[in-house]
Ligand binder design. Structure first.
Ligand code: GDP
Length: 326
């Protein structure tokens, strides 16, 4: 374990764009040790005025759809437009193998070698809520370090899309053509969250299928209720491998941005998200302070015993535990 530095060292380092200090601060965020987390809180608190200025883009899609390839191609394009890009991930399945998404940086060879990009694997963790909270804090630190476009990648297989949606401004769903036209096992709810459906691998023999799928999705989207952002979701084609369709993706994001900045949705959504995270954080801290108290196990065992022996009802035992420990 490296020595902790004074908060000011991290703060100054991050504000001057020092990637090493950024990484060390994110490590504090991800640490399981309370003193590390407290230091991280102090750093984030001080950096708050320097956060929020980035465009936060969520990227999801089933494994194999081409997320890494797309992030590499599209990310590089964004760097060449003059932005600085941070790529983070949420992967609740990576409890044991630390960071299976983005774990292997060779998946994004160009980006990972570029000074203008910062790539951080998904934190390990047993609960999606905990992993998400740490990624959100890492995002704030990246913003303070001057990264003005943030990608948050997640695998499109479970609950994590909703979590990513709740911390991003724009949500991009990568899809494949022809992998069964029944929305490919992707839940309708996820399609409804998307600002852009991007059909990837629209190249070679697959191009015609992709065009067909594009039309089908366009029609299907008309049946959905209009989104509260006021921005009607787009359906586009791309080939991440051949670097095609990427300009259109960026154009769409720009159109989205100017619309939601103009109609007030951008600020409204950020404010709603902040309240959402307040709730999440409160629940998280309550659980932590309750279940992780040193004397929790002892009291719990007693309660367990009493319930087993039918001396107390589970209800009553739980109420007493809360009164005693919270
Ligand atoms: P991920 O699991 O979603 O991150 O997908 P990857 O980026 O690892 O891509 C999975 C496979 O699809 C790899 O073999 C890629 O080379 C391939 N692939 C990704 N994008 C494209 C594309 O646009 N066209 C074609 N033909 N193949 C692609």
């Amino acid at each position: 374990m490296r020595q902790r530095l004074p908060a000011s060292a991290y703060i100054e380092g991050i504000l001057s764009g020092n990637r090493y200090m950024l990484s060390r601060a994110i490590t504090l965020v991800e640490s399981k040790l309370s003193p590390d987390n407290e230091l991280a809180d102090q750093i984030i608190e001080a950096l708050m005025p320097h956060t929020g200025q980035s465009l936060r883009i969520g990227i999801t899609g089933v494994p194999g759809v081409g997320k890494s390839t797309f992030i590499e191609s599209f990310g590089y394009k964004i760097l060449n437009l003059g932005y600085r890009l941070a790529v983070l991930a949420i992967d609740p399945s990576s409890q044991t193998s630390k960071g299976s998404i983005l774990g292997d940086k060779t998946r994004m060879e160009l980006l990972s070698q570029d000074e203008r990009a910062y790539i951080r694997p998904s934190p390990a963790g047993s609960s999606l809520g905990g992993v998400a909270a740490r990624t959100r804090e890492a995002m704030l630190l990246c913003e303070a370090a001057g990264y003005n476009v943030i990608f948050i990648e997640t695998v499109g297989v479970g609950q994590s899309e909703t979590v990513v949606r709740q911390m991003t401004d724009f949500f991009l769903l990568l899809m494949l053509a022809g992998a069964g036209d029944d929305l490919q096992g992707i839940k309708r709810g996820i399609i409804e969250m998307a600002d852009l459906l991007l059909i990837n691998k629209a190249d070679g023999d697959n191009l015609r299928n992709a065009q067909k799928a594009q039309n089908q999705y366009k029609q299907a989207l008309h049946l959905f209720p209009p989104p509260s952002s006021g921005f009607f979701p787009q359906v586009l084609l791309a080939s991440a491998l051949e670097k095609k369709g990427l300009d259109e993706v960026w154009d769409t994001i720009e159109q989205f941005k100017s619309m939601v900045l103009g109609n007030g949705f951008f600020a409204y959504n950020r404010a709603e998200q902040a309240v959402h995270w307040l709730n999440e954080q409160l629940t998280f801290l309550l659980k932590k302070h309750f279940f992780e108290r040193e004397d929790f196990d002892i009291h719990f065992q007693k309660a367990e015993e009493a319930v087993r022996n039918q001396q107390k009802s589970p209800q009553r035992a739980a109420t007493e535990l809360i009164q005693k420990l919270l």
